[in-house]
Design a protein around this ligand. Structure first.
Ligand code: FAD
Length: 260
C-alpha cells in the first residue's frame, strides 16, 4: 500500500529520461542498423555526436559518454566503420574515474503514450532537437553558423530516421526554407513552426494518440502571451514564443525523476 504511484507527467516540464532514452535509441539502435557506416552516413553520425557534445545539457556521466564517443569517432579515420566495432565503442564505461554512461533502458515519461505504438521515440527525438536549437542559440554566436543544429538534424533524419515517409516530409520542408534561416534565434523558431506544420498535418490521423491530440503548440493555457489576434485572425507573437521556448527547453526545466 506504500508503493509510490508513478507521477503523471507534467507537460510543462522536460524529462531527462525522455532525452536519454531518445539518445540511447538513436545512437545504439537506429544509427547502428547498417552493417557498416561510410561516406555521408558516417559524416552524419559524427556530426550528430559532435553537436550533442557541444549543446546537450546532460548529466555528467552522459556528457563524459558523449565526449569519449566523439573523441573515439574523430580518431576513426578509415572510410568504413563496421557496426560490430561501433557497438563496442558505444558501450558504457562505469569503471573509469569519470564514468561514461548513457543508460541502456528506454523509459518514456513526458513522451509516454497511452499505447506502446504511440509517441515514445519520435516525441523524444523532437524534444532533443528543440533543446539543441535553444542551447545553441543561448551558448553560441548568433550570426555564426545559424544552421549548425538544423543541418545536423537534417542529416540525421535523412540518413537514419526509421520512418522513411517522415524523413521525406522533413527533407521537403528543409529544402523549401531552411536556407533562409539567418540566425540561431531564427533556427529555434524555424524548428518550432515546422513542427507545428507537422502537428497540423497529422491532427486527427491514425498516428495520433487519442490522449495527446496534436495541437498548435504551445497552446494558450501553456503560453497565453504567445497568442494574439490580428483582424480577428489568430496570430503568433514570435518574440513571446522565443522567450517561452528558451524557458521550456532550458536546463532548469529538465527534471531528473525516473532517470536510472
Ligand atoms: P510530438 O509531435 O512528437 O511532440 C513531442 C513534444 O514536443 C510534445 O509533447 C510537446 O511537448 C512538444 N512540441 C509539440 N509541438 C511543438 C512545437 N511546435 N515546437 C516545440 N515543441 C513542440 N509522423 C507521421 O505520422 N508522419 C510524418 O510525416 C512525420 N514526420 C516526422 C518528422 C520528424 C522529423 C519527426 C521527429 C517525427 C515525425 N513524425 C511523423 C512523428 C510525429 O511528428 C510525432 O513525433 C509522433 O506522432 C508522436 O507525437 P506526440 O504526440 O508524442 O508529439
Amino acid at each position: 500500500t506504500n508503493t509510490p504511484q508513478p507521477k503523471r507527467a507534467d507537460r510543462s516540464k522536460v524529462y531527462m529520461a525522455d532525452l536519454e532514452s531518445a539518445l540511447h535509441y538513436s545512437l545504439r539502435v537506429e544509427a547502428a542498423r547498417a552493417a557498416a557506416l561510410s561516406g555521408a552516413q558516417l559524416d552524419a553520425f559524427k556530426c550528430y555526436v559532435a553537436t550533442l557534445v557541444k549543446y546537450f545539457p546532460g548529466r555528467s556521466c552522459v556528457q563524459t559518454y558523449l565526449q569519449s564517443l566523439d573523441t573515439w569517432l574523430r580518431n576513426w579515420t578509415e572510410p568504413e566503420l563496421p557496426r560490430s566495432i561501433l557497438k563496442e565503442a558505444m558501450k558504457n564505461n562505469r569503471d573509469a574515474s569519470h564514468p561514461a554512461v548513457l543508460p541502456t533502458n528506454v523509459t518514456w515519461v513526458g513522451c509516454q503514450g497511452s499505447e506502446p505504438h504511440f509517441r515514445g521515440y519520435p516525441c523524444g527525438l523532437w524534444t532533443v532537437f528543440h533543446l539543441l536549437t535553444v542551447q545553441a542559440a543561448q551558448n553560441g554566436p548568433d550570426k555564426e553558423l545559424p544552421l549548425e543544429v538544423l543541418n545536423t538534424m537534417r542529416c540525421y533524419v535523412r540518413h537514419f530516421f526509421g520512418c522513411q515517409e517522415c524523413a521525406q516530409h522533413f527533407e521537403a520542408m528543409a529544402d523549401e526554407s531552411m536556407d533562409r534561416v539567418a540566425s540561431r534565434e531564427e533556427a529555434v523558431l524555424w524548428l518550432w513552426s515546422h513542427h507545428n506544420e507537422v502537428n497540423a498535418r497529422l491532427a486527427g490521423g491514425d498516428t495520433e494518440d487519442p490522449n495527446f491530440p496534436k495541437l498548435q503548440w504551445p497552446p494558450p493555457d501553456m503560453c497565453p502571451q504567445c497568442h494574439k489576434e490580428e483582424w480577428g485572425v489568430h496570430a503568433w507573437d514570435e518574440q513571446a514564443v522565443f522567450t517561452f521556448l528558451k524557458a521550456h527547453f532550458s536546463p532548469t526545466n529538465i527534471y531528473l525523476d525516473y532517470t536510472e
